[in-house]
Ligand binder design. Structure first.
Ligand code: COA
Length: 204
């Protein structure tokens, strides 16, 4: 799998004649396509806590917050069109969390279930060591079954559960945090199990 600095490789030719998928770093010229794909997902109420359609201008600060060297955005391109994208975003924005990034992946509706998100995610995972990343987190609504299936298929494990923290279309929704450890060491046995507090000494 190519790292971020190498030439992107197209996926193998599709046996059904679909054009090969090329992965490359996003440029600002891709932002309209990125926003169109994102807005289609906002409209479903399943994918993101953004509730209103975004514009290219409103997403520009988000785009410029990314960089090829540490927090890239990649696009998947087929037949000259952007059909999906993946971003690695800083987690919490403070330096102590620099070893961890939040991953988001969005694929255009007509191109889903063709392995495009898997291709992007595998590409991102392979690039993580060079980006200084040891953990990827994915924040997913519990009712987003396709994303839960996607991330678990790539080895992400549930690390957090936040009931009823979002209101989307007047319905309260649960958030699940999935994580993937990339440092080569084994993942914690149970991310959800917190250390027990030491028993209190009886007062005398
Ligand atoms: C979730 C999403 C990114 C998946 O993209 P995709 O390119 O269709 O995913 P893939 O084809 O690589 O699917 C990989 C696996 O994920 C699971 N999966 C993907 N879509 C699924 C669906 N609709 N139902 C059930 N499982 C699904 C399957 O296990 C699939 O493997 P399979 O096709 O061999 O069964 C896409 O549906 C999407 O863009 N959704 C809206 C945006 C979103 O919610 N993003 C997540 C927030 S970060």
């Amino acid at each position: 799998m190519p790292g971020p600095s190498k030439t992107p490789q197209p996926s193998p030719a599709d046996p059904h004649g679909a054009p090969p998928v090329l992965l490359r770093h996003a440029t600002e010229a891709d932002l309209p396509a990125i926003v169109t794909i994102y807005n289609a997902a906002i409209a479903t109420g399943q994918s993101t806590a953004d509730t209103e359609p975004q514009t290219v201008d409103s997403r520009l600060p988000w785009f410029r917050d990314h960089s090829r060297q540490s927090r890239p955005i990649w696009v998947a391109q087929a037949g000259g069109a952007v059909i999906g994208w993946l971003s690695l975003q800083s987690f919490q924005g403070r330096p102590g969390y620099n070893i961890t990034a939040e991953v988001s992946a969005y694929i255009a509706r007509g191109h889903r279930r063709h392995g495009v998100a898997t291709l992007l995610l595998r590409h991102a995972i392979a690039a993580c060591p060079a980006l200084g990343l040891r953990n990827l987190l994915a924040l997913v609504f519990k009712h987003n079954a396709p994303s839960i299936a996607l991330f678990t298929s790539l080895g992400f494990q549930q690390m957090g559960y936040f009931p009823r923290v979002a209101e989307i279309g007047k319905r309260e929704r649960d958030l699940v945090i999935f994580g993937l450890r990339l440092a080569g060491d084994p993942p914690p046995r149970s991310a959800a199990r917190l250390p027990r507090p030491a028993p209190r000494r009886p007062r005398r």
